[in-house]
Design a protein around this ligand. Structure first.
Ligand SMILES: CC(C)(COP(=O)(O)OP(=O)(O)OC[C@H]1O[C@@H](n2cnc3c(N)ncnc32)[C@H](O)[C@@H]1OP(=O)(O)O)[C@@H](O)C(=O)NCCC(=O)NCCS
Length: 136
């Protein structure tokens, strides 16, 4: 858990607390982590919500980004989603997070709508972009 909290603290402007991770993992979770040697280097937090999968958080340790680990995790998630008899993945991403938006688009997600002022930002608030993917 500490590895996950460290990656989260280095990845998000308003990082999730340990409590938030624990609460989400108590629900029907299709979440997983990627380990290298003894430590966690990436995580993917996703839950079943009614008939959809909500991808709530995904992050890779900073020094290993851009090497395909994120795409590898999405491919695992797509398989898990199908095994859970789901076909739609939904997520929210900060409008300013261009790297993540491109990462999701490159992996087949489509931008669906905007949720105004959804996130706390450094100054004021920031929009969320809602993205969706139908798993083939
Ligand atoms: C979004 C994230 C999970 C992607 O993981 P990743 O392992 O870097 O993903 P991949 O290597 O599969 O693809 C990353 C894409 O980012 C870009 N990229 C390239 N080098 C990069 C680098 N050093 N750092 C970040 N992104 C890079 C490229 O567009 C790359 O796609 P390409 O190789 O096809 O050109 C990761 O950047 C991350 O942890 N970001 C911080 C947390 C975050 O914003 N999560 C999303 C919240 S909604």
């Amino acid at each position: 858990m500490q590895d996950v909290l460290n990656i989260e603290a280095a990845s998000n402007l308003t990082p999730w607390s340990k409590k938030t991770f624990q609460k989400i993992l108590e629900n029907r979770s299709i979440s997983f982590v990627i380990r290298s040697k003894e430590s966690v280097v990436a995580f993917c937090i996703a839950n079943k919500v009614l008939d959809d999968c909500h991808l709530q958080n995904i992050a890779v340790i900073e020094k290993l980004r851009g090497k395909g680990i994120g795409t590898f995790m999405l491919n695992i998630l797509f398989k898990r989603v199908k095994l859970s008899n789901l076909d739609t993945i939904l997520l929210e991403v900060r409008e300013s997070n261009e790297i993540a938006r491109k990462f999701y688009r490159d992996n087949g997600f489509k931008e669906l709508s905007v949720r105004k002022n959804y996130y706390k930002a450094e100054k004021g608030r920031e929009n969320a972009i809602i993205m969706r993917l139908e798993v083939a």
